[in-house]
Design a protein around this ligand. Structure first.
Ligand SMILES: [Zn+2]
Length: 350
């Protein structure tokens, strides 16, 4: 029931594949303590982390038959939860973000909450598995943690649909499943983990202006409390994705007008509103990259579909952090300043 491949086969394969857990504690570890959304958003992972992580995902993929991009997506979703809920969802391993609570790990009726025996944990129907084949089920071991979660989700089978069902059974939360599916698509499309570069939402060198309007009584054509930054620019200036991500929402909204929403791998939802139109090649479910044009600055919104001109043309840009069951907006202004500066530096270097 809990194992989708015979235990003996899994252990043998694991023993052959897994060497000692690699990777020193990294910069990403420090972000487990992060509390402000802005810190989360900027917690860059180091390139050597990506190599360590990719190596782990490839090994786990061989043992579990689950494609690496699914495994990477599960780990990244878990990592995003550790960043927004460091107390309820603490980081247990070194590079992986997986959190599994103690009771679920050893089995609910297991009298030994510190149990490390694979046989005993299995007996008590715990989730913990000995992924690296060292004979111990360790809740702080990257391989054991991720192998246990992926094995659990793979108990319905290894096709995309089967794995999605397994994820639903595990999380009992359709948002979590949707996020992991989205992350998996992004990883699969680019074939790598290093997908955290950003771009400024309008081209540098165009005639734009913005300031920190967070929480202002009312933004232009916006909501009561202004959750975002207004970037003023002439009608028709290109609007570009700030991140690698996947298009989650596209269409008309009474307040936002023509708007598009893009989910990134930090589990942030980037919202671009009041557009004059969309790039025809960009549709819901499409994977996109930073700097890619998604539409054009306009003044749409605040009325029935097609309404425009009720306020000066501008891009309303908002960022929301997914906290598992709800989303919180945070001030994108400091990020915009940073991305603008970074892009300027890149431009100069080229
Ligand atoms: Zn606005």
């Amino acid at each position: 029931m809990n194992l989708f491949i015979p235990l003996t086969a899994a252990l043998t394969a694991a023993s052959l594949l897994f060497a000692q857990p690699a990777g020193p504690s990294s910069a990403a570890d420090a972000t487990g303590q992060a509390t402000s959304a802005e810190t989360q958003a900027t917690a860059a992972q180091q390139p050597n982390d990506y190599d360590t992580q990719r190596d782990l995902y490839d090994k786990l993929s061989l043992v579990t038959q689950i494609p690496w991009h699914w495994i990477a997506a599960v780990d990244q979703y878990e990592r995003s939860m550790s960043k927004v809920k460091p107390k309820a969802h603490p980081k247990l391993g070194h590079t992986v973000g997986v959190y599994i609570d103690q009771e679920r790990w050893v089995g609910p009726l297991n009298p030994n909450s510190e149990d490390r025996s694979p046989l005993s944990i299995r007996w008590f129907n715990g989730m913990g598995r000995d992924g690296d084949g060292n004979g111990e089920v360790e809740r702080t071991n990257d391989f054991d943690l991720l192998f246990s979660l992926v094995s659990e989700a793979a108990s319905y089978g290894t096709t995309d649909d089967d794995f999605s069902i397994g994820l639903w059974e595990y999380y009992q939360n359709s948002r979590a499943v949707q996020r992991i599916q989205q992350f998996s698509r992004i990883y699969e499309t680019y074939g790598k983990l290093d997908l955290f570069e950003h771009a400024f939402p309008v081209p540098l060198g165009t005639n734009y202006a913005y300031r920190d309007t967070w929480g202002a009584g009312r933004g232009w054509g916006g909501r009561r409390s202004h959750e975002g930054t207004d970037i003023f620019a002439p009608h028709g200036v290109p609007v570009r994705s700030t991140c690698y991500g996947i298009v989650e929402v596209k269409g008309w909204n009474k307040f936002g007008g023509w708007r598009i929403g893009i989910r990134d791998l930090n589990n942030h939802y980037h919202y671009y509103a009041h557009l004059s139109g969309f790039d025809k090649s960009v549709n819901i479910g499409d994977v996109i990259k930073p700097g890619q044009v998604v539409g054009w600055v306009g003044s749409s919104g605040y009325g029935k579909p097609g309404t425009q001109g009720k306020f000066p043309p501008h891009l309303h840009y908002g960022v929301y952090s997914d906290r598992g069951l709800m989303e919180w907006a945070f001030d994108p202004y400091p990020l915009l300043r940073r991305w603008e500066q970074a892009e300027r530096t890149r431009k100069r270097a080229n």
